[in-house]
Design a protein around this ligand. Structure first.
Ligand SMILES: Nc1ncnc2c1ncn2[C@@H]1O[C@H](COP(=O)(O)OP(=O)(O)OP(=O)(O)O)[C@@H](O)[C@H]1O
Ligand SMILES: [Mg+2]
Length: 360
């Protein structure tokens, strides 16, 4: 069964003066998705969330939540709650009072408040902290209070604007797992804004990449990483080697492309973009060898530049005829591999099926 999407954004533009912060965006968010909006600073992520929450009105287009047009619905009537970057908790209230506050002001009877607060406290695992005040909590705990406060109202849609950016790395990774668990548990659709690509890749079921007010691609994390469609998306998600390229012709099993620095290559791609401008290869798909050359066209002779050691893997930069390639080598113990060192002559190769064709 294909349930209708929980959110439908239709041709939405938001202008501040003559500047379009959000530019003709259309998208659907499926029910129960963990939907991430990813993009560089200033690309319009917060503006899009604020329109969903009702804090901003679209200049054009319309927004439907659960099938209902939102134009005339004020923020407090929308089935939506928003958690902000700087976890705004009331400093003079206890954890329990903070979480119950939204219910209290809407006149929910006291026994029900107590029951729902206890439920929300358990959800974010803050049992035993109910009577503490925010200044007696860690950053991660405060963020859990903010989450519980949003969840206690049982919204259909939870909007999270960079909810973890104030936390240090270890705590952030812990909270990422926690958010994924919570989303599974409560079955509410989450829309999270982040400019951390790893965060989006590891948490989300759907990722929308935004740039300059527009959505460039919406995919599941794996497709986004393995099959970016444009140069911007390939570059923005993870690291990548990009070669200028153009399409020569299409065949039964793939396409022939002319690649700068490599010559003609056949790529087994059945649905190449209409206009090919580049060919991309992820660093972990690049092999670095000190012996060679071997037969086969996809090989570049170069010299090893910097090597950055990361424990489980090393990042190796190779200078090839004016190109600077990045390769990843996994450091498996006990496997005999030629140790690489800066300055060594080497060959870099990749398989054509690991290449992705990009449009501009
Ligand atoms: N109220 C406003 N008036 C004028 N311009 C605004 C207003 N709000 C946002 N903008 C502009 O709209 C653009 C998008 O802003 P927005 O806050 O949505 O970006 P963002 O993607 O959330 O960025 P960040 O990652 O830095 O939070 C920016 O250029 C911003 O300066
Ligand atoms: Mg923002």
């Amino acid at each position: 069964m294909n349930a209708p999407p929980i959110v439908r954004i239709e041709q939405v533009t938001k202008r501040f003066g003559s500047f379009a912060a959000v530019d003709a965006v259309s998208l659907a968010i499926p029910r129960n998705a963990f939907f991430a909006l990813l993009g560089p600073s200033g690309c319009g992520k917060t503006t899009l969330l604020r329109m969903l929450a009702g804090f901003e009105q679209p200049s054009e287009g319309r927004i439907l939540i659960d099938g209902e047009e939102m134009a005339a619905v004020p923020p407090n009537r929308r089935p939506v709650n928003m958690v902000f970057q700087s976890y705004a908790v009331f400093p003079h209230m206890t954890v329990a009072e903070n979480i119950g506050y939204g219910l209290k002001v809407t006149g929910v009877p006291r026994p029900e408040i107590e029951r729902r607060v206890a439920e929300a406290v358990a959800m974010v695992r803050l049992q035993g902290f109910e009577e503490r005040r925010p200044d007696q909590l860690s950053g991660g705990q405060k963020q859990r209070v903010a989450l519980a406060r949003a969840l206690v109202k049982k919204p259909k849609l939870l909007l999270l604007d960079e909810p973890l950016s104030a936390l240090d790395r270890k705590l952030r990774e812990e909270m990422q797992l926690e958010l994924v668990r919570l989303q599974h548990e409560v079955g509410i659709t989450f829309v999270i804004v982040t400019h951390d690509q790893d965060e989006a890749l590891s948490m989300a079921t759907h990722i929308a990449v935004m740039n300059r007010g527009r959505i460039l691609q919406i995919s599941d994390p794996r497709s986004l990483y393995e099959r970016p469609r444009t140069r911007f998306v390939a570059d923005f998600i993870g690291q990548v080697n990009v070669f200028d390229a153009r399409l020569l012709d299409r065949g039964e099993t793939g396409v022939r492309v002319m690649v700068e620095g490599l010559g003609e290559i056949e790529v087994p791609e059945r649905e190449p973009p209409a206009e090919v401008v580049a060919l991309a290869v992820r660093p972990e798909k690049m092999e670095v060898r000190t012996e060679g050359p071997q037969a086969g066209p996809l090989q570049l002779a170069g010299r090893i530049g910097q090597i950055a050691y990361f424990g489980d893997h090393s990042r190796i930069f190779v200078e090839c005829d004016g190109l600077r390639l990045i390769c990843i080598r996994h450091n498996r113990s006990r496997i005999e591999e030629t140790p690489l060192a800066e300055g060594m002559a080497c060959y870099v190769s990749f398989r054509p099926e690991d290449a992705v064709l990009l449009s501009s």
